[in-house]
Design a binder for this molecule. Structure first.
Ligand code: HEC
Ligand code: HEC
Ligand code: HEC
Ligand code: HEC
Ligand code: HEC
Length: 298
């Protein structure tokens, strides 16, 4: 063995023992044992360890071994925990507090003071006159201006008002008349709005006999539409677990003032009560709302 080799070997041994010493005292023995195969370069950085009694350069040890090995799997967990925390915080901040989804009472100001209390209440117009897709489609369309103009047509170019025009001079109807002339729709503000990742379908609900009232409240008494229910996931699932109390004959779904207590079940449906009606209908129409995730998150 040459002198150089000898000294290399010596200093390597020395280094190893220094590291081992520090390992036992500073770090943990099992961890050190696993690290001993690290190859040292006696002529390189390790020379800085110096002779036995000189102060040991802790930095090198600390740099290389800053995190003991047993931390590694924990780092994975930590990363997952942080990521989950971020998602949760995002959901709490971004989705859960979205005023358009979860705030019962949300009542945006509309461009025209359209009153459901007048049209659906007083005038007893059926919901389907205006929301005509509600039994066929996922969405219950908000009516186009043409629907309003059936009754509220504006004066023509000569200033002549059709005989049937209701409140033709009303300022409240100005945006409707404007929209009719320009062909640009009225910018109704959305009241109910689920997040995009939720699938909802009106037809599936109303055809099963769930009334607009169960989800929107007494729209026929509202001057301005407001959100009546929370529209949270828990709210959806509550009813999916037990829809029976919400079921009624399909023809009565848009009759919001209908009262199951005074209804003559025996004469009208042949059932003894609403409970019996619900049991029979659920069996006949196979109404079993699901609660697994893919039903609403597709
Ligand atoms: C004469 C037409 C008309 C009739 C009849 C009518 N609506 Fe509406 N509905 C509208 C218009 C226009 C809007 C949009 C403006 C607003 O929100 O008030 C609307 C909005 C709504 C909204 C809020 C939509 C949103 O933005 O989330 C609901 C819910 C609703 N109607 C339910 C009903 C129900 C239930 C009935 C039957 C009891 C009914 N409507 C009858 C015209 C009508
Ligand atoms: C079937 C006929 C009919 C249709 C369709 C209709 N309305 Fe009316 N609307 C009326 C009648 C009737 C009144 C008056 C009620 C009253 O004065 O007691 C009225 C009153 C109003 C008023 C109050 C006007 C005022 O100056 O007091 C507004 C605003 C209005 N309607 C908006 C609309 C809008 C918007 C639509 C379309 C979404 C619409 N209406 C569709 C019949 C209709
Ligand atoms: C099971 C609950 C439920 C029932 C029953 C229900 N709705 Fe809705 N409705 C909703 C929800 C939830 C939204 C929001 C949908 C979205 O954001 O995609 C909504 C939205 C609407 C809208 C806004 C346009 C749209 O489709 O997004 C109208 C108008 C409406 N509903 C009318 C009606 C009418 C009229 C009836 C009865 C014939 C009815 N709804 C029955 C829950 C219901
Ligand atoms: C008041 C009761 C009730 C509420 C509230 C309700 N549902 Fe339902 N849901 C039903 C019934 C009843 C059915 C029909 C099940 C059947 O036909 O087996 C249904 C069916 C469905 C379906 C299946 C539609 C299809 O295409 O087969 C979806 C999706 C759905 N609901 C989503 C929702 C969401 C999202 C909410 C909340 C925003 C909600 N529901 C709130 C009663 C309710
Ligand atoms: C009956 C319909 C329905 C079913 C079934 C359903 N969800 Fe949801 N989910 C919703 C609605 C509605 C929202 C939006 C509520 C909101 O705006 O906070 C939602 C929101 C969420 C969110 C967003 C976080 C939050 O709370 O706002 C997550 C995550 C989620 N659902 C996961 C699931 C999982 C996992 C399942 C199956 C165990 C499931 N959902 C089943 C209707 C449903």
């Amino acid at each position: 063995m040459s002198r150089l080799d000898q000294s290399r070997s010596n200093s390597a041994t020395q280094c190893r023992s220094i590291i081992l010493y520090h390992c036992r005292t500073i770090l943990r023995a099992p961890y050190c044992a696993g690290r001993q195969r690290v190859s040292f370069d006696p002529g390189g950085s390790l020379r800085r360890f110096g002779p036995k009694n000189s102060p040991v350069d802790h930095k090198i040890i600390m740099q290389r071994f800053l995190f003991p090995r047993w931390i590694n799997p924990l780092m994975g967990l930590l990363a997952v925990a942080i990521a989950a925390g971020a998602v949760f915080a995002g959901a709490m901040g971004g989705l859960i507090t979205d005023p358009k989804t979860l705030n019962p009472g949300y009542e945006p100001k509309q461009p025209v003071p359209f009153s459901h209390a007048i049209h659906a209440g007083q005038l007893k117009m059926d919901c389907r006159y205006c929301h005509n897709t509600v039994f066929e489609a996922a969405h219950a369309a908000v009516p186009p201006t043409a629907t309003c103009v059936n009754c509220h047509s504006p004066a023509d170019d000569q200033g002549v008002t059709p005989m049937a025009a209701v409140h033709a001079e009303s300022l409240k109807l100005a945006p409707i008349h404007q929209s009719w002339k320009t062909g640009r729709g009225v910018a109704w503000k959305r009241v109910h709005n689920l997040p995009e990742f939720v699938f909802f379908n009106h037809a599936a609900h109303v055809n099963s006999g769930v009334s607009c009232k169960s989800c929107h409240g007494r729209i026929d008494q509202m001057e301005t539409v407001y959100q009546h229910e929370e529209l949270s996931m828990a709210w959806c699932i509550d009813c999916h677990r037990n829809p029976s109390p919400h079921l009624r004959p399909k023809e009565l779904v848009t009759k919001l003032d209908w009262d199951p207590e005074t209804f003559d079940w025996a004469a009208e449906t042949g059932d003894a009560s609403q409970e019996d009606f619900a049991i029979r209908t659920r069996e006949e129409k196979n109404i079993n709302p699901q609660v697994h995730c893919a039903v609403c998150h597709r």
